[in-house]
Design a protein around this ligand. Structure first.
Ligand code: ZN
Length: 229
């Protein structure tokens, strides 16, 4: 584990004292960006809803746009790992909503590919899940993180693929480890777009007899909206 003081010093060397949202002078986030990304959890149904998600409602803490998008890009694409501390509370808020008062929770992060871990130098979703779990434990929530999913084969880059092609590209891409998962299982990821990765994760866990209670992400793309009735 990296000592926080060392991480802060390293972050300062790498990124200077610039806000991850707007670039103004700030250690990680300036007060304005921190306020702009404060969590407002909502049910973030993709459209169309993948069949596997019908019994596993997806919650997000914000929309993937504006400052929140900038902060996530800084975290994932620019490898600014200290930003996890600003994003974990959002994932925690989303998980609280998804947990629907269940006493015990098991968080299952969507696994990063080996390639992205190598490129970034860290496991983005895994570190967010661990941070969110710490946050929830402070509220006395019984929660654990289990890396119960693994990549079963290499998939093509999802960028530029539509929902149908994404689903085809991902079918059979994940496999669940033989593992006991306690309490309500919540799948976690950073961003929800079409929901096809989540659908594949629900399928893979289901094949091992695990039912997914709900899904929690930091942000959902703006096309994800609650059902309007
Ligand atoms: Zn800012």
């Amino acid at each position: 584990m990296v000592e926080p003081s060392f991480a802060d010093a390293a972050a300062h060397l790498l990124w200077g004292a610039a806000c991850a949202g707007c670039g103004r002078a700030a250690a990680t986030l300036c007060p304005a960006c921190r306020a702009a990304i404060s969590p407002v959890p909502f049910l973030a149904w993709p459209s169309p809803v993948p069949e596997q998600l019908l019994d596993a409602p997806p919650y997000a803490a914000g929309r993937y746009e504006g400052p929140l998008r900038d902060v996530i890009v800084e975290f994932k694409e620019h490898g600014r790992f200290t930003v996890a501390s600003a994003l974990s509370p959002l994932l925690a808020a989303s998980i609280r909503e998804a947990a629907s008062a269940h006493a015990r929770l098991t968080l299952v992060p969507i696994p990063s590919t080996r390639r992205s871990v190598r490129q970034r130098g860290f496991d983005a979703v895994g570190s967010l899940a661990a941070g969110a779990a710490r946050e929830l434990r402070r509220d006395r929530q019984d929660v654990r993180v289990r890396r119960a999913l693994r990549h079963a084969r290499v998939v093509r880059d999802q960028a530029g693929l539509d929902a149908v092609d994404r689903a085809a590209n991902l079918r059979g891409a994940l496999a669940a480890r033989h593992q006991r998962l306690e309490g309500a299982v919540i799948l976690v990821d950073d961003i929800l777009t079409t929901g096809s990765t989540m659908a594949e994760a629900v399928r893979a866990l289901g094949a091992q007899g695990h039912r997914v209670h709900a899904i929690a992400v930091v942000a959902a793309t703006p096309r994800n909206h609650p059902f309007e009735t």
